[in-house]
Write a protein that binds this ligand. Structure first.
Ligand code: NAD
Ligand code: TYD
Length: 350
């Protein structure tokens, strides 16, 4: 059957890499990027596919059921890859309701529209929900998150993503929708909004601004290059078994302070600064409320069952990432000033 895939959140960090991969790799699929273009959505991330004949953009909020129905009808959507979300933990601490609205209500809204639109032949369609390892909570005593680890979300962000995961599985169980869920560790790479640790530090080192480390910098995250996550999503979409969950991660754990020191060292080299210069920017600040200590994913299942594994070593990925930020100053200027919203108006005469 001809595929017409709705990718939500396709103008965001991970979504834009997924859209590019699908548009380039599957010229026979119609790829519809649906995005509300919040502060985190940036069509400049998609310049390389903008003119492709199999690429379409729809500006829409997943909370708007009527508009979703129109879009399903217009493009005869056959499958959904759902990435649209409020994604930043610190923002979820100051405005939890925004996370409930998009991540919980928006996801259920999208499930309802898909279920209704596909009702004659639910088994021919897939609803793929992209989620996070943060739903499993915080690891304190070694070990890894596996697919059967009980949910124990600790932040408003992870609570909202956990709720959305539960709704997706509930729709599979109750209405027999074909669904799949993947839970991935922290991503890094090009197009990452500079509110998250790695792009924030790259930008601040470049501009000689303080590098805020929460608490003692002892918290551990498992980092995966964003294009490897996009490859994993391609794999799960095409080869994953409906009803299953797949954990995605890089077996690549780093303490925050060690990552920031690595970034300082690499950037001193690249910017021709004396060794040790950028480390002086490190500033320990008040810890994040309820800060999860450690995340670490066991991604053996996706490797053994679907044959996916990361393609890049971390040092290679970090080099690529720093080089991307250093040669895309316009992108950084636009996102830090918010002027990328103008780009949409120009492109779509809106
Ligand atoms: P992002 O914040 O960069 O992008 C989110 C996108 O969703 C933006 O383009 C935004 O405009 C759009 N959006 C937000 N609210 C919307 C709404 N109501 N309607 C339509 N579009 C809306 O996020 P990201 O880092 O690319 O994450 C994408 C997905 O992957 C999220 O579901 C997130 O939970 C998940 N995830 C992220 C990471 C990570 O490290 N960034 C890791 C694992 C899973
Ligand atoms: P972040 O990039 O926000 O991702 P997440 O909270 O989803 O893991 O943060 C990564 C880690 O870096 C997390 O332990 C919090 C910490 N952090 C800082 O120490 N300083 C900062 O300015 C930010 C944004 C994060």
């Amino acid at each position: 059957m001809h595929k017409s895939i709705l990718i939500t959140g396709g103008a965001g960090f991970i979504g834009s890499h997924v859209v590019q991969l699908f548009v380039d790799k599957y010229p026979d699929y119609k790829i519809i990027n649906l995005d509300a273009l919040t502060y985190a959505g940036n069509l400049e991330n998609l310049k390389s596919v903008q003119e492709a004949s199999n690429y379409f953009f729809e500006k829409a909020d997943i909370q708007d059921a009527d508009l979703l129905k129109e879009i399903f009808e217009k493009h005869q959507i056959t499958d959904v890859i759902h990435l649209a979300a409020e994604s930043h933990v610190d923002r979820s601490i100051t405005d939890p309701l925004a996370f409930v609205k998009t991540n919980v209500f928006g996801t259920v809204n999208l499930l309802n529209v898909a279920k209704e639109f596909w009702k004659e032949n639910l088994q021919d369609h897939l609803f793929y929900h992209v989620s996070t390892d943060e739903v499993y909570g915080s690891l304190h005593d070694g070990g890894f998150f596996v697919e059967t680890t009980p949910y124990d979300p600790q932040s408003p962000y992870s609570a909202s993503k956990a709720a959305s995961d539960h709704f997706v599985r509930a729709y599979a169980n109750t209405y027999k929708m074909r669904t799949v869920v993947s839970n991935c560790s922290n991503n890094y790479g090009p197009n990452h909004f500079p509110e998250k640790l790695i792009p924030l530090c790259i930008n601040n080192i470049k501009n000689n601004k303080p590098l805020p480390i929460y608490g003692k910098g002892e918290n551990v995250r498992d980092w995966l290059f964003v294009k490897d996550h996009a490859r994993a999503i391609d794999t799960v979409f095409h080869k994953g078994k409906a009803g299953e969950t797949y954990n995605i991660g890089g077996f690549n754990e780093w303490k925050n302070i060690d990552i920031v020191r690595l970034l300082c060292q690499k950037m001193d080299e690249k910017l021709g600064r004396e060794a040790g210069t950028s480390e002086q920017l490190i500033t320990f600040v008040k810890d994040r409320a309820g800060h999860d200590l450690r995340y670490a994913i066991d991604s053996s299942k996706i490797k053994n069952e679907l044959g996916w594994e990361p393609s890049l070593q971390f040092e290679e990925g970090i080099e690529l990432t720093i080089d991307w930020y250093l040669s895309n100053q316009d992108w950084l200027d636009h996102v830090t000033s918010g002027s990328y919203q103008e780009y949409y108006k120009e492109l779509y005469n809106a």
